[in-house]
Ligand binder design. Sequence first.
Ligand code: CAA
Length: 259
Amino acid sequence: MTHILFEKKGNIAIALIDRPKALNALNSEVLNDLNTLVDTVNADPEIRVLILTGSGEKSFVAGADIGEMSNLTKEEGEAFGKKGNDVFRRIETLPIPVIAAVNGYALGGGCELAMSCDIRIASDTAVFGQPETGLGITPGFGGTQRLARLIGPGMAKQLIYSARNIKADEALRIGLVNAVYPLEELRPAAEKLAETIAKNAPIAVRACKQAINEGLEKPMDEAIVLEEKLFGSCFETADQKEGMGAFLEKRRHEPYQNR
Ligand code: CAA
Protein backbone atom coordinates (compact mmCIF):
# COMPACT_ATOMS: atom_id res chain seq x y z
CA MET A 1 0.00 0.00 0.00
CA THR A 2 1.50 3.33 -1.08
CA HIS A 3 -0.82 5.66 0.82
CA ILE A 4 -1.79 3.60 3.87
CA LEU A 5 0.51 2.98 6.82
CA PHE A 6 -0.50 -0.25 8.52
CA GLU A 7 0.40 -1.37 12.01
CA LYS A 8 -0.73 -4.24 14.25
CA LYS A 9 -0.77 -4.05 18.05
CA GLY A 10 -1.92 -7.37 19.48
CA ASN A 11 -5.44 -7.93 18.24
CA ILE A 12 -5.84 -4.37 16.95
CA ALA A 13 -4.87 -2.99 13.56
CA ILE A 14 -4.29 0.70 12.91
CA ALA A 15 -4.42 2.09 9.37
CA LEU A 16 -3.26 5.65 8.68
CA ILE A 17 -4.28 7.23 5.41
CA ASP A 18 -1.11 8.95 4.32
CA ARG A 19 -1.12 11.31 1.37
CA PRO A 20 0.25 14.43 3.00
CA LYS A 21 0.58 16.60 -0.09
CA ALA A 22 -3.21 16.55 -0.57
CA LEU A 23 -4.37 16.39 3.08
CA ASN A 24 -4.99 12.64 2.57
CA ALA A 25 -7.52 13.25 -0.24
CA LEU A 26 -8.86 10.11 -1.88
CA ASN A 27 -7.58 9.59 -5.40
CA SER A 28 -7.88 6.23 -7.22
CA GLU A 29 -4.60 5.04 -5.69
CA VAL A 30 -5.85 5.61 -2.14
CA LEU A 31 -9.13 3.86 -2.99
CA ASN A 32 -7.12 0.90 -4.34
CA ASP A 33 -5.09 0.88 -1.11
CA LEU A 34 -8.31 0.84 0.93
CA ASN A 35 -9.34 -2.28 -1.01
CA THR A 36 -5.98 -3.86 -0.19
CA LEU A 37 -6.46 -2.87 3.45
CA VAL A 38 -9.83 -4.69 3.54
CA ASP A 39 -8.19 -7.77 1.96
CA THR A 40 -5.38 -7.64 4.54
CA VAL A 41 -7.77 -7.36 7.48
CA ASN A 42 -10.05 -10.09 6.15
CA ALA A 43 -7.10 -12.45 5.77
CA ASP A 44 -5.86 -12.02 9.34
CA PRO A 45 -7.97 -13.75 12.04
CA GLU A 46 -5.86 -12.13 14.79
CA ILE A 47 -7.31 -8.70 14.00
CA ARG A 48 -10.42 -8.06 16.09
CA VAL A 49 -10.79 -4.29 15.67
CA LEU A 50 -9.56 -1.87 12.99
CA ILE A 51 -8.83 1.81 13.66
CA LEU A 52 -8.84 4.14 10.66
CA THR A 53 -7.23 7.55 11.00
CA GLY A 54 -5.35 10.15 8.98
CA SER A 55 -1.62 10.73 9.14
CA GLY A 56 -0.40 14.16 10.20
CA GLU A 57 -2.08 16.57 12.57
CA LYS A 58 -4.35 18.42 10.20
CA SER A 59 -6.53 16.06 8.25
CA PHE A 60 -8.37 12.77 8.45
CA VAL A 61 -9.32 12.87 4.76
CA ALA A 62 -10.02 16.17 2.94
CA GLY A 63 -12.40 14.53 0.46
CA ALA A 64 -12.21 12.83 -2.88
CA ASP A 65 -9.42 14.19 -5.05
CA ILE A 66 -10.78 17.29 -6.78
CA GLY A 67 -7.92 17.31 -9.31
CA GLU A 68 -8.70 13.76 -10.42
CA MET A 69 -12.45 14.48 -10.61
CA SER A 70 -12.36 17.87 -12.33
CA ASN A 71 -12.45 16.65 -15.95
CA LEU A 72 -14.50 13.48 -15.63
CA THR A 73 -17.29 12.71 -18.11
CA LYS A 74 -20.72 11.62 -16.89
CA GLU A 75 -19.75 7.94 -17.31
CA GLU A 76 -16.37 8.41 -15.66
CA GLY A 77 -18.01 10.29 -12.78
CA GLU A 78 -20.43 7.44 -12.21
CA ALA A 79 -17.56 4.93 -12.32
CA PHE A 80 -15.52 6.98 -9.81
CA GLY A 81 -18.55 7.11 -7.50
CA LYS A 82 -18.92 3.35 -7.82
CA LYS A 83 -15.24 2.79 -7.07
CA GLY A 84 -15.55 4.76 -3.82
CA ASN A 85 -18.94 3.34 -2.90
CA ASP A 86 -17.79 -0.25 -3.46
CA VAL A 87 -14.77 0.00 -1.18
CA PHE A 88 -16.65 2.01 1.48
CA ARG A 89 -19.32 -0.70 1.49
CA ARG A 90 -16.57 -3.30 1.96
CA ILE A 91 -15.34 -1.32 4.98
CA GLU A 92 -18.88 -0.99 6.37
CA THR A 93 -19.46 -4.72 6.03
CA LEU A 94 -16.10 -5.89 7.35
CA PRO A 95 -17.00 -8.56 9.92
CA ILE A 96 -15.05 -6.80 12.69
CA PRO A 97 -15.75 -3.35 14.19
CA VAL A 98 -14.03 -0.36 12.59
CA ILE A 99 -13.36 2.82 14.58
CA ALA A 100 -12.77 6.11 12.74
CA ALA A 101 -10.44 8.34 14.74
CA VAL A 102 -11.11 11.64 12.98
CA ASN A 103 -8.02 13.76 13.54
CA GLY A 104 -8.84 16.87 11.48
CA TYR A 105 -10.64 17.60 8.21
CA ALA A 106 -13.30 15.02 7.34
CA LEU A 107 -14.85 16.68 4.31
CA GLY A 108 -16.80 15.13 1.44
CA GLY A 109 -15.33 11.67 0.91
CA GLY A 110 -13.60 12.01 4.30
CA CYS A 111 -16.87 12.46 6.15
CA GLU A 112 -18.29 9.63 4.03
CA LEU A 113 -15.38 7.34 4.93
CA ALA A 114 -15.89 8.06 8.65
CA MET A 115 -19.60 7.26 8.25
CA SER A 116 -18.73 3.86 6.73
CA CYS A 117 -17.08 2.95 10.04
CA ASP A 118 -18.99 1.53 13.01
CA ILE A 119 -17.90 4.15 15.54
CA ARG A 120 -16.62 7.72 15.09
CA ILE A 121 -14.57 9.59 17.66
CA ALA A 122 -12.89 12.90 16.85
CA SER A 123 -10.26 15.39 17.93
CA ASP A 124 -11.42 18.83 19.03
CA THR A 125 -9.74 20.10 15.84
CA ALA A 126 -11.91 17.97 13.54
CA VAL A 127 -14.07 19.61 10.88
CA PHE A 128 -16.90 17.74 9.18
CA GLY A 129 -18.90 18.62 6.12
CA GLN A 130 -20.26 17.64 2.75
CA PRO A 131 -19.02 20.55 0.60
CA GLU A 132 -20.01 18.96 -2.71
CA THR A 133 -22.89 21.21 -3.76
CA GLY A 134 -20.45 24.11 -3.48
CA LEU A 135 -18.33 22.30 -6.09
CA GLY A 136 -21.23 21.56 -8.42
CA ILE A 137 -21.70 17.90 -7.52
CA THR A 138 -23.60 15.69 -5.08
CA PRO A 139 -21.84 13.71 -2.38
CA GLY A 140 -20.61 10.64 -4.26
CA PHE A 141 -19.27 8.09 -1.79
CA GLY A 142 -22.49 7.43 0.15
CA GLY A 143 -23.01 10.79 1.88
CA THR A 144 -26.61 11.31 0.83
CA GLN A 145 -27.49 7.89 2.22
CA ARG A 146 -25.37 7.44 5.34
CA LEU A 147 -25.63 10.99 6.69
CA ALA A 148 -29.43 10.87 6.50
CA ARG A 149 -29.48 7.48 8.22
CA LEU A 150 -27.05 8.58 10.95
CA ILE A 151 -28.31 12.03 11.94
CA GLY A 152 -31.78 12.05 10.34
CA PRO A 153 -32.92 13.45 7.00
CA GLY A 154 -33.70 16.99 8.22
CA MET A 155 -30.23 17.77 9.58
CA ALA A 156 -28.53 15.83 6.75
CA LYS A 157 -30.39 17.87 4.14
CA GLN A 158 -29.42 21.12 5.84
CA LEU A 159 -25.72 20.16 5.92
CA ILE A 160 -25.66 18.80 2.36
CA TYR A 161 -27.70 21.59 0.70
CA SER A 162 -25.79 24.34 2.52
CA ALA A 163 -22.34 22.69 2.07
CA ARG A 164 -21.54 24.16 5.50
CA ASN A 165 -18.68 22.70 7.52
CA ILE A 166 -19.17 22.01 11.22
CA LYS A 167 -16.72 21.71 14.07
CA ALA A 168 -16.30 18.74 16.39
CA ASP A 169 -18.59 20.09 19.12
CA GLU A 170 -21.49 20.43 16.68
CA ALA A 171 -20.73 16.98 15.21
CA LEU A 172 -21.01 15.62 18.75
CA ARG A 173 -24.27 17.48 19.41
CA ILE A 174 -25.97 16.10 16.27
CA GLY A 175 -24.72 12.55 16.84
CA LEU A 176 -22.25 12.38 13.96
CA VAL A 177 -19.49 11.45 16.44
CA ASN A 178 -19.65 9.65 19.77
CA ALA A 179 -16.93 11.56 21.64
CA VAL A 180 -14.42 14.40 21.23
CA TYR A 181 -10.89 14.48 22.66
CA PRO A 182 -7.93 16.87 22.57
CA LEU A 183 -5.92 15.91 19.46
CA GLU A 184 -3.07 14.29 21.41
CA GLU A 185 -5.55 12.11 23.33
CA LEU A 186 -7.44 10.87 20.26
CA ARG A 187 -5.18 7.95 19.26
CA PRO A 188 -4.82 6.66 22.84
CA ALA A 189 -8.60 6.91 23.28
CA ALA A 190 -9.19 5.03 20.03
CA GLU A 191 -6.73 2.31 21.05
CA LYS A 192 -8.27 2.02 24.52
CA LEU A 193 -11.74 1.61 23.04
CA ALA A 194 -10.42 -0.90 20.49
CA GLU A 195 -8.71 -2.90 23.25
CA THR A 196 -11.90 -2.94 25.32
CA ILE A 197 -13.81 -4.32 22.33
CA ALA A 198 -11.04 -6.79 21.44
CA LYS A 199 -11.16 -8.33 24.92
CA ASN A 200 -14.80 -9.36 24.46
CA ALA A 201 -15.75 -12.58 22.71
CA PRO A 202 -14.90 -11.89 19.04
CA ILE A 203 -17.55 -14.16 17.55
CA ALA A 204 -20.21 -12.46 19.69
CA VAL A 205 -18.93 -8.98 18.72
CA ARG A 206 -19.02 -9.88 15.03
CA ALA A 207 -22.52 -11.31 15.43
CA CYS A 208 -23.64 -8.06 17.08
CA LYS A 209 -22.27 -6.04 14.15
CA GLN A 210 -24.07 -8.28 11.68
CA ALA A 211 -27.31 -8.17 13.69
CA ILE A 212 -27.28 -4.36 13.93
CA ASN A 213 -26.22 -3.64 10.34
CA GLU A 214 -28.39 -6.23 8.61
CA GLY A 215 -31.26 -5.84 11.08
CA LEU A 216 -31.58 -2.12 10.37
CA GLU A 217 -32.29 -3.00 6.73
CA LYS A 218 -35.17 -5.35 7.65
CA PRO A 219 -38.68 -5.01 9.07
CA MET A 220 -38.66 -5.62 12.87
CA ASP A 221 -40.33 -9.05 12.63
CA GLU A 222 -37.49 -10.28 10.40
CA ALA A 223 -34.79 -8.37 12.28
CA ILE A 224 -35.54 -10.06 15.59
CA VAL A 225 -35.40 -13.47 13.87
CA LEU A 226 -31.93 -12.55 12.61
CA GLU A 227 -30.97 -11.73 16.20
CA GLU A 228 -32.38 -15.06 17.42
CA LYS A 229 -30.29 -17.00 14.88
CA LEU A 230 -27.10 -15.13 15.76
CA PHE A 231 -27.83 -15.40 19.50
CA GLY A 232 -28.32 -19.15 19.07
CA SER A 233 -25.10 -19.54 17.07
CA CYS A 234 -23.08 -18.20 20.02
CA PHE A 235 -24.03 -21.26 22.05
CA GLU A 236 -21.86 -23.39 19.75
CA THR A 237 -18.73 -21.41 20.71
CA ALA A 238 -16.06 -22.24 23.24
CA ASP A 239 -15.97 -18.57 24.26
CA GLN A 240 -19.63 -18.71 25.41
CA LYS A 241 -18.88 -21.79 27.49
CA GLU A 242 -15.87 -20.08 29.06
CA GLY A 243 -17.64 -16.74 29.61
CA MET A 244 -20.71 -18.16 31.32
CA GLY A 245 -18.72 -20.89 33.10
CA ALA A 246 -16.41 -18.25 34.59
CA PHE A 247 -19.39 -16.22 35.81
CA LEU A 248 -20.98 -19.22 37.50
CA GLU A 249 -17.67 -20.28 39.06
CA LYS A 250 -17.15 -16.70 40.29
CA ARG A 251 -13.79 -16.28 38.49
CA ARG A 252 -12.44 -14.07 35.70
CA HIS A 253 -12.82 -15.63 32.30
CA GLU A 254 -9.72 -16.77 30.42
CA PRO A 255 -8.82 -14.61 27.39
CA TYR A 256 -11.34 -15.32 24.65
CA GLN A 257 -10.02 -17.60 21.91
CA ASN A 258 -12.21 -16.57 18.99
CA ARG A 259 -13.72 -19.99 18.68
N1 CAA B 1 -8.56 17.11 -3.47
C1 CAA B 1 -7.34 17.40 -3.96
N2 CAA B 1 -6.41 18.13 -3.33
C2 CAA B 1 -6.74 18.60 -2.10
C3 CAA B 1 -8.00 18.35 -1.52
C4 CAA B 1 -8.93 17.55 -2.26
N3 CAA B 1 -10.12 17.23 -1.77
N4 CAA B 1 -8.03 18.95 -0.31
C5 CAA B 1 -6.85 19.56 -0.15
N5 CAA B 1 -6.07 19.34 -1.23
C6 CAA B 1 -4.70 19.84 -1.46
C7 CAA B 1 -4.71 21.31 -1.84
O1 CAA B 1 -4.99 21.47 -3.22
C8 CAA B 1 -3.33 21.71 -1.48
O2 CAA B 1 -2.44 21.29 -2.48
P1 CAA B 1 -1.25 22.28 -3.00
O3 CAA B 1 -0.39 22.50 -1.78
O4 CAA B 1 -0.59 21.50 -4.06
O5 CAA B 1 -1.92 23.54 -3.44
C9 CAA B 1 -3.04 20.87 -0.23
O6 CAA B 1 -3.96 19.80 -0.26
C10 CAA B 1 -3.24 21.65 1.05
O7 CAA B 1 -4.53 22.22 0.99
P2 CAA B 1 -4.82 23.77 1.26
O8 CAA B 1 -3.65 24.61 0.86
O9 CAA B 1 -6.13 24.09 0.63
O10 CAA B 1 -4.92 23.77 2.86
P3 CAA B 1 -5.78 24.76 3.77
O11 CAA B 1 -5.34 24.47 5.16
O12 CAA B 1 -5.69 26.15 3.28
O13 CAA B 1 -7.30 24.28 3.58
C11 CAA B 1 -9.07 22.65 3.40
C12 CAA B 1 -7.70 23.00 4.01
C13 CAA B 1 -10.13 23.60 4.01
C14 CAA B 1 -9.38 21.21 3.76
C15 CAA B 1 -9.03 22.86 1.88
O14 CAA B 1 -7.90 22.15 1.38
C16 CAA B 1 -10.24 22.35 1.17
O15 CAA B 1 -11.27 23.00 1.19
N6 CAA B 1 -10.12 21.15 0.51
C17 CAA B 1 -11.19 20.60 -0.27
C18 CAA B 1 -12.26 20.00 0.63
C19 CAA B 1 -13.41 19.47 -0.21
O16 CAA B 1 -14.11 20.22 -0.87
N7 CAA B 1 -13.63 18.15 -0.15
C20 CAA B 1 -14.72 17.51 -0.87
C21 CAA B 1 -14.22 17.04 -2.19
S1 CAA B 1 -15.54 16.47 -3.21
C22 CAA B 1 -15.89 14.89 -2.68
O17 CAA B 1 -15.36 14.41 -1.72
C23 CAA B 1 -16.91 14.17 -3.52
C24 CAA B 1 -17.34 12.85 -3.01
O18 CAA B 1 -18.21 12.75 -2.17
C25 CAA B 1 -16.83 11.64 -3.59
